[in-house]
Design a protein around this ligand. Structure first.
Ligand code: ADP
Length: 313
């Protein structure tokens, strides 16, 4: 409505300027307005201008509305595309999970037999001999494969949550203490406001512990965990002073099985993301936004817990 009035006012102003110009070039505008026919001509002149201004304003405001609609539709299309991509990714992961679980079960039993046989055969060799060492190697490698299979099976299992009102402080404390114990020598600073969130406390500990251990494995000596809440969203940041993340690795970071470590499974971040998404949240990261150019991961969670739709998914 505003643009119609602006158009009307501008056109009326223009009509007044035109009338002033007529008078300036010698037309007797005053005299004209005193005759009935002249007044009609002048009146229709001004009204015509004003109507044009009104219509112009209306067209402008329709154009503005169309632009706003276009932007909204564009945003909705992008959101739709985003959720379609997520769905495709979730389906891919589910299929991969089923496949992994199937293979894992098939492989685990023979591995157990090979391990037991290696132990038996080892007894026939002298301690310190090459053959004895070879059996040790077989067992170590089988243990490593078994660890990978265990990770695969956990990955393949759907995320089960037990939601409850969860104090953030103790969750961060547990994750930090476990990480300090597991890594030895890493110092984890906690900066957590007294907050609570509707979540599965154990899963949150697992997510944060994974992020801190990743930082240590990347070479960080110090990690800071910060938790704060704003507009109903809990943000937990894990910032480290490690080397940061290489640009080439960024697109694949959350992909299952992507790892740059010799003995990594590449399942940590993808599982963490799955657990956080099951809460209706997300994980963001800044490759060099941590301490002195280290990495920073930000877990966001709706303080009120997942929506019914997310919870049911
Ligand atoms: P994994 O730990 O088995 O490699 P993840 O999914 O947890 O699997 O991590 C994937 C990769 O992401 C890691 O191999 C590493 O290259 C990179 N990464 C994760 N966290 C960090 C970090 N804090 N600093 C640097 N690189 C990281």
């Amino acid at each position: 409505m505003r643009w119609e009035w602006i158009g009307l006012a501008a056109a009326s102003g223009l009509a007044a300027v035109d009338l002033a110009l007529f008078a300036w070039v010698g037309l007797d505008v005053g005299g004209l307005s005193r005759t009935a026919a002249g007044a009609m001509v002048l009146g229709s002149f001004v009204v015509g201008y004003a109507a044009l201004g009104w219509v112009g304003g209306k067209l402008w405001s329709a154009r503005q509305r169309a632009r706003a609609h276009r932007a909204r539709i564009q945003a909705q299309l992008e959101a739709l595309e985003d959720s379609r991509a997520r769905l495709a990714q979730a389906e891919k992961l589910a299929a991969l999970g089923r496949l992994a679980a199937g293979i894992a079960h098939e492989v685990r039993n023979p591995l157990g037999v090979i391990r037991a046989s290696a132990s038996m055969v080892q007894e026939a060799f002298d301690r310190g001999s090459d053959d004895h060492r070879a059996c040790d190697l077989i067992r170590d490698e089988i243990d490593r494969l078994d660890g990978l299979i265990a990770a695969l099976l956990t990955f393949a299992k759907p995320t089960r949550m037990t939601l409850g009102e969860t104090e953030v402080g103790p969750v961060v404390e547990r994750a930090a203490a476990l990480a300090e114990e597991a890594t030895g020598g890493l110092s984890v600073r906690r900066d957590v406001a007294p907050l609570s969130v509707r979540a599965d406390a154990d899963l949150l500990v697992q997510v944060l512990l994974g992020l801190v251990v990743n930082a240590a494995e990347a070479g960080a000596r110090a990690v800071t965990i910060t938790a704060a809440e704003g507009e109903g969203v809990l943000r937990v940041e894990v910032a480290d002073d490690g080397p940061g993340i290489e640009d080439v690795d960024l697109p694949r970071l959350f992909e299952p099985f992507f790892t740059t470590k010799e003995t990594g499974t590449g399942l940590g971040l993808s599982m963490a993301l799955r657990m956080v998404e099951a809460h209706g949240g997300g994980i963001d990261f800044a490759p060099r936004g941590g301490i002195e150019g280290g990495a920073r991961f930000v877990v966001t969670l709706p303080a009120a817990g997942p929506s019914r739709a997310v919870e049911a998914a």
